[in-house]
Design a protein around this ligand. Structure first.
Ligand SMILES: [Zn+2]
Length: 239
């Protein structure tokens, strides 16, 4: 099992780790701050370097069966197992994903509170993200309303906190019930909670986030799409 440093602290840009396994072109580390692809987020990229100066580029990071695989170029040699490496994350796209991801949570809270609408999907990307939700219409005035509500959350400088709850406790929390905490596999005993404080949003979530909503910056709604009678999609970015 790889230890997920990014779930404890999303701001770790550099770290040391030990290579515990090599699988074709991928390294498994004992702990990692590289955020893997999943939960609607793209994988981080970056650099892994041995103490003797061999340098590898991290192209893609995935999670399989309790392990995080860092696909690198050039291909690693087997004798790297057991070596300590220095790792650094390509910070600019990662930080944009953190800003976009917290924005997505803020949008989901606004949609629920203003319109009783539920998010059905989403995708975070450093350049442009999207959110899908159930709502009857998404005309320009409503997009504007959502944008204004986001601006209030940004200017309110609300802390975003990370905590860990025992499963039984999480299942009793109304906010977590609403965001379907019961769908998390039963094998998961400790659940990570991401909360935009001051009562804005609270969800079970495994991804990277900013520490305060002011870091979101300027929210820019892009185009909206009709995805069926009661399903709409909004593209957005941050500046
Ligand atoms: Zn999330």
């Amino acid at each position: 099992m790889t230890e997920f440093l990014f779930q404890i602290d999303s701001y770790i840009k550099e770290f040391e780790s030990e290579i515990i396994e090599i699988s074709e072109n991928a390294l498994v580390l004992d702990k990692t701050a590289f955020s893997y692809q999943g939960g609607g987020l793209q994988s981080d990229t970056g650099i892994i370097q041995t103490k003797s100066g061999e340098k590898y580029e991290v192209k893609h990071v995935i999670f399989r069966k309790g392990k995080v695989f860092h696909s690198i170029i050039p291909n690693p040699s087997e004798d790297l197992v057991g070596k300590t490496v220095k790792c650094s994350i390509n910070w600019e796209p990662r930080y944009r994903q953190m800003r976009m991801h917290t924005t997505l949570h803020a949008i989901s809270a606004i949609l629920y509170k203003k319109y009783g609408s539920t998010v059905t999907g989403g995708n975070i990307d450093p350049e442009k993200s999207r959110v899908d939700f159930e709502i009857d219409h998404l005309r320009q005035e409503r997009v504007q309303e959502i944008a204004e509500a986001i601006e209030l959350i940004v200017s309110g400088s609300h802390d975003v906190s990370i905590s860990f709850l025992e499963r039984e406790e999480a299942l009793k929390d109304p906010d977590l019930i609403r965001t379907k905490v019961n769908l998390i596999p039963e094998s998961v005993k400790t659940i990570r909670i991401v909360e935009i404080e001051d009562g804005i949003d609270k969800q079970a979530d495994g991804g990277v986030h900013v520490a305060n909503t002011k870091e979101i910056g300027e929210f820019i709604p892009l185009k909206s799409e009709n995805r069926g009678k009661n399903n709409k999609r909004l593209y957005f970015t941050v500046k």
